[in-house]
Design a binder for this molecule. Sequence first.
Ligand SMILES: Cc1cc2nc3c(=O)[nH]c(=O)nc-3n(C[C@H](O)[C@H](O)[C@H](O)COP(=O)(O)OP(=O)(O)OC[C@H]3O[C@@H](n4cnc5c(N)ncnc54)[C@H](O)[C@@H]3O)c2cc1C
Length: 385
Amino acid sequence: MIFALNSEQEAIQKMAREFTEKEIVPFAQDLDEKEEFPWEILRKLHEVGLANLAVPEEYGGPGIDSLSYSLIIEQLARGCAGVVVTSSANGNSLALFPLLLGGTEEQKERFLPPICEENKLVTFSLTEPGAGSDIGGIASTAKKDGNEYVINGAKCFITNASHAEYHTVFANTIDKDGAKKLSVFMVEPGTPGITIGKKEKKMGIRCSDTAEIFFEDVRVPQENMIGKEGDGKKLVMMTLDMARPSVGAISVGIAQAAFEAALEYSQGRVQFGQPICANQGIQFMLADMATQIEAARLLVYQASWLKDKFLHEKKPFTKKAAFAKMFASDVAMKVTTDAVQIFGGYGYIKDFPVEKYMRDAKIMQIFEGSNQIQRVVIANKLLGN
Ligand SMILES: Cc1cc2nc3c(=O)[nH]c(=O)nc-3n(C[C@H](O)[C@H](O)[C@H](O)COP(=O)(O)OP(=O)(O)OC[C@H]3O[C@@H](n4cnc5c(N)ncnc54)[C@H](O)[C@@H]3O)c2cc1C
């Protein structure tokens, strides 16, 4: 067991760190304040080859290993989690994975190169008002009509909805015995029948876009179904396994940024005639923060390494992916809350970055399977359910 990055991974990590310092950190507060979509940063990420990180080279992506991918998004998240969620929900971890995992060669060659070359956004359209943690509640339908499927349904909380041109949509097909089966489709740019609803105003990751999408008699050719009828559930589960180490990596990035800010502040802030870090009460908080971040990082790196094993050898890693997502996001919440505490009243106001880290951390415990659902997943694995 070698706990060291290779020279290529170190170089990628350094490049992502430098990009973050120069292109994200100076703009993060303003984007958050104005709830402004980070188009310019997305363009620059694409320009330097840090977009669509999960896509192999033959389809126009950078073709990097999963650990490098986590190293990159951890660094970017030190700058702004909203930017990383915007980019990750696209081709890094979420929207393109059903296609990557279940698509035919023809589908990958048709969809991926234009998405990567032109830096197009894609949604992962799964959640509905009646179906959050329980995807069994999905009410959207896809009825077969000749060589087409006709999709109807309402999706909510969809990242990048207002700006995406492609949609990975989950809807129920009906088999010959009348049973509902979750299936997944690629919906292409310009397809009639799609409207964007309310854009949500959020607590954190405010520069990312989250909105409703309505599909009304949206016709897609049958060649746009990924896998076969009924493969939707399997593809959701596999995609979420892929996404969870990434949520873990974003969480580690947020926590690291909050920790570094708190460490520095604690050495400069003087009360009772000495820096506040001279108090053991503050030192213990800093020690716990550093230890928790390190433990979270190791779980994330392990899950990222296992993700490659899954991609190449089909070795399942569901439990380890859940460990990483759950632990790292709980750590991000705890560490950012403690960072605000170390800043005292100054932590609570917007002149300092820690209140943003705390707001951004919260969603990590909720999306891509809430942390209660991660515990359900882990317990099921432990009990062999
Ligand atoms: C900013 C943001 C971006 C998002 N982006 C996307 C996206 O791009 N695509 C997409 O499809 N979805 C997206 N989502 C949706 C997100 O994945 C869901 O919000 C999440 O899965 C939880 O579903 P819910 O909100 O309906 O909560 P519910 O499922 O209603 O859960 C409510 C509470 O009950 C708990 N709970 C539920 N079931 C159980 C159980 N069995 N045991 C114990 N506790 C339980 C949950 O943990 C939670 O605390 C996004 C959401 C947000 C807020």
